[in-house]
Design a protein around this ligand. Structure first.
Ligand code: AHR
Length: 521
């Protein structure tokens, strides 16, 4: 372990990086974005654009899964409308079965013809019939072309149970587990690559101390084998709060990189006390500023956690995996408090945009992330109700930002005006940029002001000759959202306000908006 002085020094350096990196100020209503194109070496992993599906409320049942016999159009039991929407955004990975649910899930109850019921004690004490299990999840991922990210049970499961699950899913060899898989209708292994060894192990995942979890992790992961030349990317559970450095330090000092592909970090933007987090749709200007301020603070968490990881892993071999992030508000009135159903406004879209920009800008360490959660839970990208389906403003951000998947990061420096509500003073603009394999550059920018336009100027290499496409997401009001009756209140449109002339890209962004601009040489 490092001494507390060394830890202090690392955090002080991190803090100065956060301050320096934050933003330089420019005139009211303006921002300048500068690109360091020659340094585009870091790849933005597509896995930053991942999602999360937990057995919670209506995320799985009625959200993703209606079953083969449903009269709602489905592909082998998966809702077709949801399936198509996920394909459209090129969903790169999907985390399952939890969350807190994962540490009380015993996978064998979710295979075969006869499935035992259980009570979902974390989420509303709902009866779980286990009709959606390993086969249903992995077959769905296969059809979607998304990588499954399975979360194993450390809290109430055994080493043997976890080991056999990995064998069941991944082994091509002859064994009792692979025989069972074949009897259940699946001949070939699925080849799962991402596997979490527990979830929130400091809390709902078993109330471990950091030291005890590090010991348990080493043991559990030993028996999660690599099969058929594959490499299982194992993810360790992360700290309880973003400034718990003791947890991170303990894990990093006690678990070598060859046993741990990634270390998790959860970051929830909760703009009020737990008992009254605030409404998702009815909020004041102060609530809005507080939400954006908390969301922007994820950068501070990433930089400081990274600085602690870097004491032990300066080459950044271990990925930071932000496998739960989102806004968390009070549930919609009249809905089950255990089901975490909330609406999703243009405010959520701004949070998604700024967070994904921050992930992109820290892609050297952040190599995977998962929005919580994919359908009907927390900052969902999709809402369903019976046959109806609506895409949320947050969905449109993932659609817009998919151009960054596996592209090379272009570092940006942003000089921006500030905005204030008298309590919080925030940068008006937040941005990231990348260049893809075909040489197309993509710039994504969020104007975080609820009521002020912003004039943006970007000095740019004169090699860029044209704007090949550009998109805009905005709304009349910051609290606008999509409903089943009006699913297009907040929608993507073409942005035709950008001009590119002699090495200068300029455009005026409306208040509360996000744009994506594609440039071609
Ligand atoms: O996403 C909802 C819950 O929040 C997850 O189950 C848990 O991991 C976290 O505390």
């Amino acid at each position: 372990m490092v001494s507390s002085k060394q830890l202090q020094l690392a955090l002080t350096i991190a803090l100065s990086v956060v301050c320096m990196g934050m933003f330089a100020q420019s005139q009211a209503g303006t921002a300048t974005i500068m690109f360091q194109e020659q340094k585009a070496e870091t790849t933005i992993s597509r896995h930053i654009y991942g999602h999360f599906s937990e057995h919670l409320g209506h995320c799985i049942y009625d959200g993703l899964w209606v079953g083969k016999d449903s009269d709602i159009p489905n592909i082998d039991g998966v809702r077709k409308d949801v399936f198509d929407a996920l394909k459209q955004i090129r969903i790169p990975n999907l985390r399952w079965p939890g969350g807190c649910f994962a540490d009380e899930y015993h996978w064998m109850v979710g295979i075969g013809q006869k499935r035992a019921k259980m009570v979902n004690t974390n989420w509303g004490y709902a009866t779980e019939d286990n009709s959606f299990g390993t086969h249903e999840f992995l077959n769905m991922c296969e059809q979607l072309g998304t990588e499954p990210y399975v979360c194993g049970n450390v809290g109430s499961g055994t080493v043997e149970e976890m080991s056999k699950w990995v064998e069941y899913m991944n082994s091509p060899n002859e064994s009792p587990m692979t025989e069972l898989r074949k009897q259940n209708g699946r001949e070939e292994p699925w080849k799962v690559t991402f596997f979490a060894v527990g979830n929130e192990s400091y809390g709902c995942g078993g109330n471990f101390t950091a030291e005890d979890y590090a010991t348990a992790y080493r043991r559990y992961q030993t028996f999660c084998r690599n099969y058929n030349g594959g490499y299982l990317k194992k993810v360790a559970s992360g700290p309880s709060v973003p400034d718990d450095y003791h947890w991170t330090e303990t894990i990093m000092s006690r678990i070598p990189a060859e046993m741990m592909w990634g270390l998790s970090l959860h970051y929830y933007t909760i703009p009020g006390p737990w008992e009254h987090k605030g409404s998702a749709t009815e909020f004041t200007r102060n609530d809005f500023f507080r939400t954006i301020a908390y969301a922007l603070n994820i950068e501070d968490a990433i930089v400081k956690q990274d600085s602690v990881m870097s004491i032990y892993d300066p080459e950044k071999k271990v990925a930071m995996v932000v496998d739960e992030w989102c806004t968390w508000f009070d549930v919609e009135p009249g809905t089950n408090p255990g089901f975490l159903f909330q609406q999703n406004t243009m405010r959520d879209a701004l949070v998604a945009a700024l967070t994904l920009n921050i992930f992109n800008n820290h892609a050297d360490r952040v190599r995977m992330a998962n929005l919580a959660q994919v359908v009907n839970v927390l900052q969902a990208i999709i809402l369903t109700n019976g046959r109806e389906m609506a895409l949320t403003p947050t969905y449109h951000i993932f659609d817009m930002y998919k151009v960054h998947q596996d592209a090379r990061l272009i570092s940006t420096t942003v000089e921006t005006a500030t905005i204030t509500d008298g309590v919080w003073t925030l940068p008006q603009v937040n941005a990231s940029a990348s260049v893809d394999a075909d040489g197309r550059m993509h710039l994504t920018v969020a104007n975080l002001s609820p009521d002020k336009d912003c004039q943006i100027s970007c000095p740019i290499s004169p090699d860029y000759k044209s704007i090949s496409q550009s998109q805009l997401l905005t709304a009349k009001n910051i609290a606008d959202y999509n409903t089943f009756e009006s699913p297009n209140n907040v929608h993507l449109s073409t942005f035709d306000k950008a001009t590119l002339k002699k090495g200068a890209l300029t455009f005026k962004m409306p208040a509360k908006s996000v744009v994506m601009i594609e440039l071609f040489k």
